[in-house]
Design a protein around this ligand. Structure first.
Ligand code: UDP
Length: 371
């Protein structure tokens, strides 16, 4: 009889990173796969599910405007408990470090169902950076029975915390599977409205900007946005494309500080396939995102990481990513060097497969089959 696997996800990055696993399980007759979606993000997630042809079997629609982590976590536990009672899976699979991943793992544990954790072992060592993800992922590690670490460093972090080696499998990051899948299977996905707003997009030198981390809200966010404004003024021939996260803590200051600047293009969030294609054509990347650090390094795009700490040190050590912090002057100095000095740029613009080789999903499926 096929093993029933319940994948639980709630946000855009979880959908992107679980999509290859979902496809691989669906194509494998040893498994029956069910998908539960908490709706921790709403618009971002719906778009991503559609773009990647993911159809939830359970859609909990728990997102509420202005919802706190208290409300979210409180609402999710009984809702996911009910899903698990109905689905009765052999394995619950969670991804990453969101509230959904934590509560999904906890609900599985409370039912004494085995839990597998994809993208296990990422750590900054700072429990407030990223907040609250660093603690959520540590708690998932305490619960999980199988830990799919994307890199050797992540596996080492788990070993250091006392997780038995027999439970840890280094697979690469499924982000890399997903990235190559959309670049090859959806070749025409460049966002149409962007192409019509910027007719010379494909020949134009552009910087892709994103920022959304909760720990940057307020002062640090203002520093980051001021850096973008300063760079736009220094480099008028360079276009800065910024898909703005819908959280008001990002949306409002981004429009206040950058709206109206001639060479800064603020857009709504892009569908993942369009975003991936845009990334592959960008000149460099400024971001505080976790997933984008992995994708940009994989594509050899110099990446200025606008955070104080990162759990993706592999890209920094490989030399494609620079950890700039959140101080405006430092960010401006880093990006100015890359835009102004071709040799400095070329040193970073090298493709490095530090996050996997695009076969993470099949390795995860084979490991599950062997249990
Ligand atoms: N992404 C997207 N559209 C956008 C911006 C980002 O599809 O407009 C994708 C990006 O390719 C990456 C993921 O969203 O795979 C990253 O999500 P986010 O930055 O929200 O979360 P994090 O990775 O930091 O948890």
């Amino acid at each position: 009889m096929a093993d029933r696997i319940l994948l639980v996800l709630g946000t855009r990055p979880e959908a992107i990173k679980l999509a290859p696993v979902y496809r691989a399980l669906q194509a494998d007759e040893r498994f029956e796969v069910l998908l539960a979606v908490t709706g921790q993000h709403r618009e971002l997630l719906t778009d991503t599910l559609q773009a990647l042809a993911l159809t939830p079997d359970y859609d909990l629609a728990l997102m509420r405007a202005g919802q706190s982590q208290f409300d979210l976590v409180g609402a999710m536990l009984p809702a996911l408990g009910a899903v698990m009672a109905s689905a009765n899976p052999a394995w619950v699979v969670v991804q990453g470090d969101t509230a959904t991943a934590f509560v999904g793992a906890l609900a599985g544990y409370l039912r004494q169902t085995k839990v597998a954790h994809i993208e296990a072992g990422l750590r900054t060592g700072d429990k407030y950076g990223p907040f609250p993800e660093e603690v959520y992922r540590r708690l998932v590690a305490d619960i999980a029975d199988l830990h799919f670490a994307p890199t050797a460093r992540a596996a080492q972090n788990l070993l250091t915390e006392g997780i038995p080696a027999s439970q840890i499998h280094v697979t690469g990051n499924t982000a890399i599977d997903s990235l190559h899948w959309v670049l090859t299977h959806l070749p025409d996905a460049l966002p149409e409205d962007l192409v019509s707003r910027v007719p010379d997009l494909l020949t134009q030198r552009f910087v892709l900007v994103t920022c959304h981390r909760r720990e940057s809200f307020g002062q640090d966010m203002a520093e980051i946005l001021r850096a973008v404004a300063e760079l736009a003024a220094r480099f008028p021939a360079v276009l800065f494309i910024f898909p703005v996260h819908p959280n008001p803590e990002v949306l409002q200051p981004a429009h206040a500080l950058l709206g109206g600047l001639a060479n800064v293009l603020l857009t709504t969030p892009l569908q993942y396939p369009g975003f991936a294609h845009l990334l592959s054509r960008s000149y460099l990347v400024m971001t505080d995102s976790g997933g984008i650090q992995e994708e940009a390094v994989e594509l050899g795009k110099p990446t200025v990481v606008m955070r104080k700490v990162t759990e993706r040190q592999e890209g920094v050590e490989a030399g494609t990513a620079l950890l700039a912090g959140v101080d405006s002057a430092t960010i401006v100095a880093c990006v100015s060097e890359l835009l102004g000095d071709r040799a400095a740029y070329e040193r970073l613009a090298v493709r490095r497969n530090v996050y996997g080789d695009g076969t993470a999903a099949s390795s995860i499926v084979e490991t599950l089959a062997a249990q």
